[in-house]
Design a protein. Structure first.
Lengths: 375, 308
């Protein structure tokens, strides 16, 4: 009898403490919901750019009183995955994909519309939020995307050891005398553009981005040529760290990499070179989730990054280019000098913006990347 | 269940039962069932989900036969679907990893169970466990650094005068992946074998020695048959963990290696096609299970032997 009472009281204790823990946890659950509708914005963006949290968000909070809850993700495929989950679960207001993916995000019904009257569309540099880019930002005529910064993917070369043609070309990536670090899908596009520029393709490379039959025809050719030249690839990269390690630890001499890789390696004997065919260029910016909870704050946030101060901070964090008029005067002089060394007016006019890539295109592109990896 | 009820009473038993049910249902069964259901549906834009195009089919599973590439082996050339090839190579190199792990773990397990002084055994086990305390990511990266073109291994070999030019260890097919997987999973082979050998009566070994059996015959006729369940358990674990590993092949893979899990990951993350990715994941699970069952049948190991 006595035994059973003691067991009973132990159970009561356990039940009681479990309930107690639930009560203790409840305010945290409730208050995080309560906070969500006040002065904060849930922003999901790129990992590996610490200056955002160190400088830009505090400046934004000082200017507007809105706190940024920053979730860092390594690449935009992961962002897309998180966004699909957040469409059901909530918790994300603003995400930062690149413009070429906006079509796919829109097609998947993830995006809400920006209210242009709450933004300052005149702040943006010409060509970034108007013209062709403006049309791409407005699927079905509604503004779904505003730019945050832009940058390039071009040749990072070891100035002492790389064997470059004159002028440097994307073809140098496929020269067996160079050890290269590339990512599969970019390397195939580079091969395609190089073949296109040297007149070895039956039709323009750009056709592949709008017509799936043309895509198969062109990418088959690019794949076959790239496989022949694959022996000189010493490492794949998918993020900043791998790219960096490919040069430093694995001794690559040429790579097709982001500008941030070139910038980080500028004092290690590497230069960032625009190929004669034109550097790949990207453009990233903010999209609003369809089920965003903090819509007003999200508009304040996007607007802040279109001011000279915000745009310069954002571009400095990514070692890339600002989107706002007057921002370049506020940039870190190192970054400005780095860009000017690579891009003169001619190189700027040749920039090749990544075209829109549909979901179907991305699936086929992944298949080609697979074959290239496995070869 | 009766034991549990008698020992803890109905309240606590109910809580424990509910917690186990929650674990199984919410963390294992429902996520897997969701993926399983998704794997038969096409990848559609969100607005078309549930529409007329959203029908069940085996299309996602059949994608594994898409996209053939040309390979040559032993002088003759053939066409093979790229994902089938990846799958086969994953199984093959997982087997290589399993076999090498066995040859590394068996002598050590025997040494620990039968030869070493019992007083130094805890120290030995501790030494073996220390690497397990370090995260798998860090251990894979450590090997990446060791094997790098300008890494310590090449530096050492160059300075010893053993090689004249640095070697690209990380770019030799599956070498890096195999090294990484062995390092990560060898202990999963060691401990089951150690447990099995430990339960062998040392008198049997001594009797065999007294009767004049050579050392290899003692192992072949006495120790190996006795430790078969341990070897089987270790092999199943190492094989399944290797075939299912994503981290090690991603970090230590070369430009010519591709693990099937990386293909699944590409479907999820590059192609954004979760449906096909789910189908591939189930293919891997199903075929690996079949393969392991087949291997167990060939070696005449029963599931209940392993559970012991």
């Amino acid at each position: 009898m006595k035994h059973s009472t003691s067991a009973f009281s132990r159970r009561r204790f356990l039940q009681g403490s479990a309930a107690g823990a639930g009560i203790l946890a409840a305010p945290a659950i409730i208050s995080s919901k309560a906070l969500a509708s006040s002065g904060e914005v849930n922003f999901t963006g790129w990992a590996g750019y610490p200056a955002l949290a160190e400088k830009v968000f505090p400046a934004f909070e000082a200017a507007t009183g809105i706190k940024v809850n920053f979730k860092e993700l390594p690449d935009q495929d992961t962002m897309f995955g998180e966004a699909r989950v957040a469409l059901e679960a909530g918790g994300i207001d603003v995400i930062e994909p690149t413009i070429d993916r906006v079509g796919a995000w829109h097609a998947n019904g993830l995006l809400g519309a920006w209210d242009e009257s709450k933004l300052a569309m005149d702040n943006y540099l010409p060509g970034l939020a108007d013209g062709a880019a403006g049309e791409r930002s407005r699927p079905d005529g509604v503004l779904k995307y505003v730019p945050s910064n832009w940058g390039t993917e071009a040749l990072v070369v070891n100035t002492a050891e790389a064997k470059l043609s004159t002028p440097p070309s994307l073809g140098d990536l496929f020269n067996p005398e160079n050890s290269v670090v590339v990512r599969p899908h970019s390397a195939l596009a580079a091969m395609g553009r190089w073949l296109d520029a040297t007149g070895k393709l039956p039709r323009p490379w750009m056709d592949g981005y709008t017509d799936m039959a043309a895509m198969t025809e062109l990418w088959d050719i690019a794949l076959a040529e790239a496989v022949k030249a694959k022996g000189n690839v010493v490492q794949w990269w998918s993020g900043e760290n791998e790219a960096n390690a490919g040069f430093i630890a694995n001794g690559a001499t040429v790579g097709l990499n982001w500008d941030s890789t070139g910038f980080n390696l500028r004092n290690e004997g590497f230069a960032y070179v625009a190929p004669v065919e034109g550097a790949f260029a990207w453009h990233q910016g903010f999209v609003l989730m369809k089920n965003a909870a903090n819509v007003e704050q999200a508009h304040e946030f996007a607007k802040f990054v279109s001011t000279p101060e915000g745009a310069a901070g954002w571009a400095s964090a990514f070692s890339s280019n600002p989107v706002a008029k007057g921002a370049s005067d506020l940039m870190n002089p190192d970054v400005a000098a780095f860009y000017n060394a690579t891009f003169n007016d001619e190189a700027l006019s040749k920039l090749w913006w990544w075209p829109d890539q549909s979901a179907e295109f991305l699936a086929r592109r992944a298949e080609y990347a697979d074959k290239y990896r496995a070869a | 269940m009766q034991d549990l009820l008698r020992r803890y009473g109905p309240g606590l038993t109910l809580i424990m039962g509910l917690m186990v049910a929650f674990w199984l249902l919410m963390l294992v069964i429902i996520p897997n069932m969701t993926l399983f259901e998704q794997s038969f549906r096409p990848y559609l834009p969100v607005r078309e989900v549930g529409g007329p195009n959203d029908t069940y089919s085996l299309d996602n599973y059949l994608k594994v036969f898409d996209g053939t590439i040309e390979r040559s082996f032993l002088g003759f050339t053939f066409q093979i679907p790229v994902h089938v090839l990846t799958f086969w190579l994953t199984i093959w190199y997982s087997m290589v990893v399993t076999v090498i792990c066995f040859f590394m773990a068996y002598p050590l397990a025997y040494y620990m169970a039968k030869i070493v002084n019992p007083r130094s055994l805890p120290t030995l086990i501790l030494l073996l466990f220390i690497p397990l305390w370090v995260s798998e990511v860090l251990r894979a990266f450590a090997w990446w650094i060791i094997l790098a073109f300008r890494g310590p291994l090449n530096w050492l070999l160059l300075n010893l005068g053993l090689i004249e030019d640095p070697i690209r260890w990380t770019n030799m097919g599956y070498t890096g992946v195999v090294i990484g997987l062995i390092y990560t999973y060898v202990l999963f082979m060691l401990f089951p074998i150690y447990n099995a050998i430990q339960s062998l009566d040392t008198n049997q070994i001594e009797a065999a020695e007294d009767l004049g059996a050579p050392w290899w015959k003692i192992h072949w006729r006495i120790v190996l048959p006795h430790s078969k369940p341990g070897i089987a358990a270790g092999s199943v674990m190492v094989f399944m963990l290797s075939a299912g590993s994503l981290l090690v092949p991603s970090i230590l893979g070369s430009t010519t290696s591709q693990w099937f899990t990386q293909t699944i990951n590409q479907w999820f993350n590059d192609a954004l096609d979760w449906n096909t990715a789910s189908a591939y994941a189930f293919l891997l699970l199903l075929l690996c299970t079949l393969f392991v069952s087949l291997a167990m049948w060939v070696f005449r190991v029963k599931l209940s032997d392993i559970a012991k």
